[in-house]
Design a binder for this molecule. Structure first.
Ligand code: ATP
Ligand code: MG
Length: 419
């Protein structure tokens, strides 16, 4: 039996891989527009980082981590998300001491042991951003504008921004109690996870996808009515900022990030047509996390988006092909084949994509190969032509061919490909 890739993983094959590159380019481009610089952190970290940085009570840490012991006996985990590693690196390299606002973006694979289904994988890929150092609502609005523009750029213009505030350590405990009280009578109607969450992290019940839990939470009190004055002002500031920047949103009090260091702004972008896995981008403010991980108290906000879901939602939004098709050099005879290899190299060094036939084959077979490679031109090099210093250049689209001097080919094609 041949070996297959593990369950919940995917091979990204060409030409689909081109769409991935395109999406990553769009993300990099938007990152640069908004002043983000890329950080690359390890794919595995100390298990403790995620236990503390994501939270023992989250599904991610409680049920989804790929944890293992290294040969040296260290407890390690394949990263399930990007924020914890970025924050660790900011602290470890003392980058927050510089003060001011620091904007970091990242992308790469994440690992979560989940039940694989459409839009849900065990190796998933995310793009994400984190902005450190600004407590006010202006940067929240800007971060959401970034997210919204990036989604539009990759062809997801119908995503709905759902916005909420999860309060702060001053007002959230009061809401948590009110929520527990409201849920107490309906506890038996909750799913197993939510029965546990009721004790450990009741806000997460609001986010449960199980229908019976949704019914139970339909009429519970909402946090927006219980925010402290500072959190209420912050939310108003974000809303005003979004209106000023032209970013549409709706308020959804069920959007939560149920951990203590998540503060105030929480949001998701929901795309149409993806079924249950319809959150393409999610994030929020986490003013308590840096201090929780041992760094200087630093406000921060960020988001992450799943590349697989973005590409599903982007649908047919097609990236431009990376380059025009190559010049395919078809040769007849050993001398011509050697000259063809030399010409191909000269073309590539001049920035023109070039392909050749490596073995002696019929002209017909080589022209078929040229078509298969989507060649823009075929350059036919035979013994007689070569003796005259000529070659035949065929425009594959127009079907026209002209004789060209071998000496002029590189200059001629470099000019055409640059146009
Ligand atoms: P969900 O509620 O769908 O499980 P989540 O709350 O676990 O999402 P986050 O941790 O906020 O998701 O991750 C941000 C984004 O990463 C999600 O909005 C989604 O686009 C993507 N994502 C999360 N888990 C997966 C997965 N297993 N497979 C593919 N994409 C994922
Ligand atoms: Mg999840």
């Amino acid at each position: 039996m041949p070996i297959a890739a593990p369950r919940g993983t995917q091979d990204i094959l060409p030409p689909e891989s081109r769409r991935w590159q395109w999406l990553e380019e769009c993300f990099r481009h938007h990152g640069a527009l908004y002043g983000y610089r890329e950080m690359r952190t390890p794919i595995f970290e100390s298990t403790e980082l995620f236990a503390r940085g994501v939270g023992e009570e989250t599904d991610i840490v409680a049920k989804q981590m790929y944890s293992f012991q290294s040969r040296g006996g260290d407890a390690l985990t394949l990263r399930p998300e990007g924020t914890a590693g970025v924050v660790r690196a900011m602290i470890q390299h003392n980058l927050l001491a510089q003060g001011g606002v620091q904007k970091i973006c990242y992308f790469g694979p994440m690992f979560r042991y989940e039940r694989p289904q459409k839009g849900r994988y065990r190796q998933l890929h995310q793009v994400g951003v984190e902005a450190f150092g600004s407590p006010g609502p202006a940067i929240d609005a800007e971060t959401l504008a970034f997210a919204s523009d990036f989604l539009a750029a990759v062809g997801i213009s119908d995503a709905r921004l759902e916005l909420n505030s999860v309060g702060c350590p001053a007002c959230r405990p009061r809401y948590r109690d009110a929520l527990r009280n409201a849920l107490a009578g309906a506890r038996t109607g909750l799913c197993t996870d939510c029965t546990r969450r009721y004790d450990t992290n009741p806000l997460r019940v609001l986010d449960c996808k199980v229908e019976s839990c949704r019914t139970v939470t339909r009429d519970v009190p909402v946090i927006l009515d219980m925010l402290c004055a500072e959190c209420r002002d912050h939310l108003r500031g974000v809303e005003a900022g979004l209106r000023a920047l032209g970013v549409p949103f709706v308020i959804n009090p069920h959007i939560v990030r149920g951990l203590d260091y998540y503060t105030r702004t929480a949001f998701e972008f929901i795309a149409g047509g993806l079924g249950a896995q319809n959150t393409v981008l999610a994030g929020g403010r986490y003013d308590g996390l840096v201090a929780e991980l041992g760094g200087p108290a630093t406000p921060a906000i960020g988001f992450a988006a799943g590349i697989e879901r973005l590409l599903m939602a982007a649908g047919e939004a097609a990236p431009a092909p990376p380059m025009a098709g190559p010049v395919f050099i078809a040769t007849l005879g050993d001398a011509a084949r050697a000259e063809g290899a030399r010409l191909a190299q000269a073309l590539r060094r001049a920035g023109v994509p070039a392909a050749i036939s490596y073995e002696a084959r019929s002209l017909k077979a080589q022209m078929k190969e040229a078509a298969r490679q989507d060649a823009r031109y075929a350059l036919i090099l035979g013994e007689d032509e070569l003796a005259r210093g000529d070659a035949m250049l065929r425009d594959m689209g127009a079907g026209e061919q002209t004789a060209v001097a071998v000496a002029d080919i590189v200059t001629l094609l470099a000019r055409r490909y640059a146009a």
